[in-house]
Design a protein around this ligand. Structure first.
Ligand SMILES: *Cc1c(COP(=O)(O)O)cnc(C)c1O
Length: 192
């Protein structure tokens, strides 16, 4: 449906995965782990990231962007180290390629390796500029995208598709299946 949904859904999947992981290694209850979770985005991110964290009941830290309105690796590194010292568990970053306000690009090349090292799910919100990556000459703006766990863009913005339409790519769809699969009795029948 929307880029906002893509952010929300990926945040919930990342949350379910980290809770499962921490629970297995520590024995803490889900609620105790959830209370320690923290996610990140830049101060330029779309308001839907804040909304996703509100509905998902996790803390969100807005990180300052640089002079080009880009979120940089050093800024994330500092925040993650500080938060771990406080006993928090960093688990999700929503990076933006093409911010809504100024079409700024977060530095995925710097952010990606940090996320990998720290076990943080990097979602890329390319809602508005993402369609431009169809053109080879614009692909340089998504350098580092190979580090993303999920990526979303809106054909309903630049590809003349009716509202709502978001495309979402996942590196590993298993996390989404584990988070959202339900198995109700009324969908079970011999012709399944
Ligand atoms: C437009 C936009 C959104 C919101 O898109 P919806 O599909 O309306 O949820 C999110 N992020 C960015 C960067 C946008 O430009």
């Amino acid at each position: 449906t929307t880029a906002s949904d893509c952010t929300f859904v990926s945040l919930l999947a990342a949350r379910a995965e980290i809770i499962r992981k921490v629970k297995a290694s520590s024995g803490y209850e889900e609620a105790e782990i959830n209370a320690r979770l923290i996610c990140y985005c830049s101060d330029q991110a779309h308001s839907s990231v804040e909304k996703a964290s509100l509905i998902g009941l996790v803390k969100l830290r807005f990180l300052p962007s640089d002079d080009s309105l880009s979120l940089r690796g050093d800024t994330l590194r500092e925040a993650v180290d500080r938060d771990r010292e406080e006993g928090l568990i960093p688990f999700y970053l929503c990076a933006t390629l093409g911010t809504t306000g100024a079409c700024a690009f977060d530095n995925l090349k710097e952010l990606g390796p940090i996320c990998k090292e720290e076990g943080i799910w990097m979602h890329v919100d390319a809602a508005y500029a993402g369609s431009a990556f169809i053109c080879p000459e614009f692909r340089k703006y998504m350098a580092g995208v190979e580090h993303a766990q999920s990526f979303a863009f809106n054909p309903s913005k630049w590809l003349m598709v009716h509202f709502d339409c978001s495309g979402m790519w996942l590196k590993n769809s298993g996390a989404l299946h584990r988070t959202f699969n339900v198995d109700p009795l009324y969908l079970k029948h011999e012709n399944t």
